[in-house]
Design a protein around this ligand. Structure first.
Ligand code: CMC
Length: 436
């Protein structure tokens, strides 16, 4: 870490001596004040629920400029990666720090493709779930169970174990997500077919059946791949921080990633794409475009508890750059499938237009996020709404692994152990039950 020229000085109004705190500079983005010695020096903690002002780690993977609406993976703008690279190139980049050259690309693609099949016994494990279980519940279980199937890659402190666990997770997530879908639909599982692309293989495992040949549509394949690229990493969000915290205890990589899957499920995070689509369907059901004004009024009424799902972001206070790319993909997919008059898409456009003009949203800098459009694209492709967050988890797995590996390799890494401001009862004695 690079020390800045200036220091921060913390002073107290009660006469306690002030303390100097080092300031570090990143390559871009805000500087940080190093408070690691604050407790030792003052006996005080800092208070920052929700990490609004706290950098929990140093990282060289992903950078977001929320005001500009910029997203960089290892320095490369998301717009360039989404249009010039595929998802596996992006995985290589996130894991290794550089884009692959031709031979590295070929080797990496081969390596991942060689690991797409899951242990046959995984089917028995899957069978233990109810058929109507939510796919995210199933996936949390399946990913956690991988540590029971792949004993030879569970030591997070062993670089080789970490590497093979990374490849297994990236390669097998599409297979597991498709299996979770097929199990719920009561259809036979489709084994991976390794002459297809990563995205093409996923589409075939999702929508193919053993009864007939499945032809991968290049437009849908590209759309799927783009969804994967756009969701591959997003710096220290809730699920990534969960993976880091979970992994900081030295647990195995599969367990740490399963924790990330569980966190992602929530509607304020990865579950937002499912929630956004459910919201659109509900408005459609209640009267469609004509009811948009009424719905927006409800969103603006704080007492209603209704949020405009797919809008707003903790970091982006400008248009989410992923949303722009997803909007393009959305147009391509709707064209390809002849769904341009799809009422839900028209509804989404109407909602977006009102929200972008309405002072409530403008003044709070609430713009559409990636989930606003990714739900529509996934629905058009035929992915069931319940599976949207599973697709997000599939794509984000590489980001979680890259961040976990970065943490393990950081000489300053320690088990995560937040502190607290205690507001409960002070010491008291247990009274005999008759006196309570
Ligand atoms: N609809 C209506 N009002 C909103 C929304 C929304 N979607 N998002 C934020 N606000 C309001 C919020 O009520 C608050 O208003 P006020 O200042 O009057 O109290 C103000 O905007 C600031 O919101 P906040 O809750 O302080 O913002 P946050 O950074 O804590 O929350 C968020 C970010 C993503 C949780 C929130 O915007 C949200 O719940 N959005 C809907 C869910 C969603 O689409 N999530 C996907 C995030 S992108 C995918 C991912 O990375 O997982």
């Amino acid at each position: 870490m690079k020390l800045a020229d200036n220091k921060a000085t913390l002073s107290f109004s009660n006469g306690s001596p002030s303390v100097d705190l080092p300031v570090y500079q990143g390559s871009i983005g805000p500087d940080v004040v190093d408070i690691r010695k604050l407790y030792a020096q003052t006996g005080m903690f800092t208070y920052d629920p929700g990490f609004l002002s706290t950098a929990a780690c140093q990282s060289a993977i992903t950078y977001i400029d929320g005001d500009k609406g910029e997203l960089l993976y290892r320095g490369y703008p998301i717009e360039q990666l989404a249009t010039q690279c595929d998802y596996l190139d992006t995985c290589y980049l996130l894991l290794n720090g550089e884009l692959p050259n031709t031979s590295q690309r070929e080797d990496f693609h081969k390596l991942v493709i060689n690991h797409t099949m899951v242990h046959e016994q995984m089917q028995m494990f899957l069978r233990g779930f109810r058929r109507d279980a939510h796919p995210m519940a199933v996936l949390t279980g399946l990913v956690g169970a991988m540590s029971a199937f792949y004993h030879d890659s569970t030591d997070v402190h062993n670089a080789q174990h970490r590497e093979i666990a990374a490849i297994r997770l990236i390669a097998k997530m599409p297979t597991l997500v498709a299996m979770a879908h097929k199990y719920g639909a009561g259809q036979p599982y489709m084994y991976p077919q390794n002459n297809l692309s990563y995205a093409g293989n996923f589409l075939r495992m999702m929508f193919g059946t053993p009864c007939e040949e499945y032809k991968v549509s290049p437009v849908l394949e590209r759309a799927m791949d783009r969804i994967f690229i756009l969701h591959a990493d997003h710096e220290q969000n809730a699920s990534t921080s969960t993976v880091r915290l979970c992994g900081s205890s030295g647990t195995n990589p599969f367990a740490a990633i399963a924790a990330g899957v569980a966190c992602l499920w929530g509607p304020a995070h990865g579950g937002a794409n499912e929630a956004a689509l459910n919201m659109l369907e509900q408005i459609q059901h209640d009267g469609g475009v004509a009811k948009v004004g009424e719905f927006v009024a409800k969103v603006k009424d704080k007492n209603s508890g209704v949020k405009l799902m797919g809008f707003g972001h903790r970091v982006y206070k400008n248009y989410d750059p992923r949303a722009k790319l997803m909007q393009q993909t959305c147009n391509e997919v709707l064209d390809e499938l002849g769904l341009h008059n799809d009422p839900l898409f028209a509804l989404a456009k109407a909602l977006e237009k009102i929200a972008l003009e309405d002072d409530y949203f403008v003044s709070r800098k609430l713009y559409p996020n990636v989930d606003f459009y990714s739900g529509i694209v996934q629905r058009a492709i035929g992915i069931p709404v319940k599976l949207f967050t599973g697709v997000f988890a599939l794509a984000r797995t590489v980001g979680w692994i890259a961040q976990l590996n970065e943490m393990i390799g950081d000489p300053e890494y320690k088990i995560g152990r937040p502190r607290q401001l205690f507001t409960g009862a002070v010491r008291r004695d247990v009274q005999p039950i008759a006196k309570r």
